[in-house]
Design a protein around this ligand. Structure first.
Ligand code: ITT
Length: 238
């Protein structure tokens, strides 16, 4: 599921792609939008948030983020087509996968966040405890996954990103959004590889949750940034 992929809608010869001036990011989540803007900040692309009140996305029940992202993209495109507008459209779907819960909440992350919330997740994992910090991190290991899809002049590009870490024992920090106050990323090395719990790397939050660090710091680790960079790489390699 996590392999790189590029599809073609137009079924023709793949043209050389240049980054467009404007991309519409379909999302109701302003936190995601602000992070995606950071990921595009090196390029000369204006990212705009697309979330008109008249567009209501119907989220399909499916076990793969990729399927949900594709459905979101198709719904946004048919909405835009009905308005006679042509646009470069980006969607991105993410979820928190907790190893001790066999990947739950995963594709149900939005629902779980809105219902049991951060407190509920911390309580669900309250039995996973240890005096040994590395063992604690392993017991509570989790990862964010993101799938981003960009429709560019009728051609679809897909990018994947993952961020490994673990769930904190307490809710900490008020930065970011969603599960950020309970997620502590593993350190990453100079090549961007995630290290094992307890290993020290070039990038580290030093045990702070994403809720306790700036969006720039979170972006060093971010699954969203990786998924978008994956797309940019796919575009540039044609
Ligand atoms: P859209 O579908 O409108 O883009 P959403 O908030 O539903 O917005 P997702 O489906 O991608 O976005 O996210 C599922 C849940 O996971 C949701 O509750 C998010 O707040 C949370 N989430 C996603 N990415 C996150 C991140 O980087 N940090 C913390 N929580 C995140």
């Amino acid at each position: 599921m996590w392999q790189k992929k590029r599809n073609q809608f137009n079924n023709g010869t793949l043209p050389a792609f240049a980054m467009p001036e404007t991309i519409w990011f379909v999302t109701s989540n302003t936190g995601k939008f602000e992070e995606a803007k950071l990921a595009f900040s090196d390029l000369n692309v204006e990212l705009k948030q697309f979330h008109p009140s008249s567009f209501e996305f119907i989220e399909p029940q499916h076990h793969q983020l990729e399927f949900i992202a594709q459905s979101k993209l198709e719904q946004a495109q048919s909405y835009l087509d009905s308005k006679g507008e042509v646009a470069n459209v980006l969607v991105e779907d993410a979820g928190l996968f907790i190893d001790a819960l066999d990947g739950f909440p995963g594709v149900y992350s939005s629902y779980v966040f809105d219902t049991i919330g951060l407190d509920g997740i911390v309580r669900l994992l309250s039995h996973l405890t240890s005096e040994n910090p590395n063992q604690l991190r392993s017991l509570r290991s989790a990862s964010f996954h993101a799938v981003a899809m960009l429709s560019l002049n009728g051609t679809l590009f897909t990018g994947m990103g993952e961020c490994k870490g673990y769930i904190s024992t307490q809710i900490k920090g008020e930065q970011g959004f969603g599960f950020d106050p309970i997620f502590i990323p593993n350190d990453i090395d100079i090549t961007g590889q995630s290290l094992l719990p307890g290993q020290t790397g070039m990038y580290s939050t030093h045990g702070a949750t994403f809720g306790e660090v700036s969006s720039e710091q979170k972006n060093e680790f971010s699954h969203r940034k990786k998924a978008i960079k994956d797309i940019i790489q796919n575009i540039s390699t044609g």
